[in-house]
Design a protein around this ligand. Structure first.
Ligand code: FES
Length: 170
């Protein structure tokens, strides 16, 4: 083997070694950085969880009452407390109904008996939208869909609410 051939071989060996070590070190730095950047997106969201809204079932009557509570919302890297509201009552079958107060027209907040003119109805002050007690929109008023319904459950005598869904959705 000639002297020249051996030098080339050494140079190649050094190139491979340095490239390998450099790549290994770069990967060692990049993997934690990537993980930190992507991790919040991969974390399971708690948005679907049902939370105790602080209302005892024995305090729920057939008259809609407004319930307000807060949830922790994680939006990728940003954590915040978000206020939620529902109109809650028991229907004629003694089932708990929890309706979203968000008007299906343009998103204002509806109130039970919000207008003296329309007793026993939910009323939206923005454009006069109205809903029956069960949340069905009243034809001839701006909303074209019923109020959304919250997922709900009762545990240890307390009401838990989750996400609000349009009617007919699971
Ligand atoms: S936003 Fe409720 S009627 Fe328009």
């Amino acid at each position: 083997m000639s002297e020249k051939k051996q030098q080339v071989s050494r140079r190649q060996f050094l190139n491979y070694t340095l490239t390998g070590v450099g790549g290994f070190m770069a990967a060692g730095m990049l993997v934690p950085m990537l993980r930190m950047a992507v991790d919040p997106v991969l974390q399971e969201s708690a948005a679907g969880d049902l939370v105790n809204v602080g209302l005892a079932v024995e305090d729920i009557t057939n008259e809609p009452q407004r319930v307000d509570w807060k949830i922790d919302q994680v939006d990728a890297w940003y954590e915040s407390k978000v206020g939620k509201s529902a109109w809650v009552y028991k229907n004629d079958n003694d089932e708990i109904v929890a309706l979203s107060p968000i008007c299906k027209h343009l998103g204002c907040v509806v109130s039970w008996e919000g207008s003296e003119q329309f007793p026993d109805q939910f009323y939206c002050p923005c454009h006069g939208g109205r809903y029956h007690k069960d949340g069905q929109n009243i034809p001839g008023t701006p909303p074209t869909a019923p109020l959304d319904v919250y997922e709900s459950k009762v545990e240890n005598g307390m009401l838990y609410l989750g996400m609000a869904h349009p009617r007919g959705e699971a």
